[in-house]
Design a protein around this ligand. Structure first.
Ligand SMILES: [Zn+2]
Length: 128
């Protein structure tokens, strides 16, 4: 292992307070939040379990970079909306599409500055 990598090799968290691994050397059960999401999971209340540290040579942002890791064994499935929540969402969206003047579902969310559907807004302008 190179010296650079050894700098970030700290599985017991002696140097860095939490278990720390160099790039690519973290155990397979530790995933970033993004990796959890890709697997349909969320951290599920657990705190950060470990971190990956690496020296970035990216132009303009050199320095030590950190990615936080979560234990996949404590992860929970991503929340999906319940049927009741979907119904409530549908209702709320329908309300945002319904014109208070003509009472029709315009088929789009009413522009806030008009407060009516475009037809009623046009008619109002002609009448005015
Ligand atoms: Zn209308």
């Amino acid at each position: 292992m190179s010296r650079i990598r050894a700098r970030f090799w700290d599985p017991a968290g002696v140097k860095h307070a939490i278990p720390t691994y160099p790039w690519r050397l973290a155990p397979a059960h530790l995933l970033t939040r993004r990796q959890l999401t890709a697997a349909g999971l969320r951290p599920g209340g657990q705190g950060v379990q470990a971190q990956i540290m690496w020296a970035s040579r990216r132009h303009g942002a050199p320095g030590v970079r950190v990615a936080y890791l979560y234990d996949v064994r404590f992860a929970l499935p991503k929340r999906t909306a319940t049927p009741a929540q979907l119904v409530a969402l549908d209702k709320a969206n329908a309300a945002r599409r319904t014109c208070p003047v003509c009472g029709r579902d315009a088929g789009y969310v009413l522009p806030r500055h008009l407060g009516t559907c475009l037809d009623c807004a046009d008619a109002g302008e002609v009448a005015a």
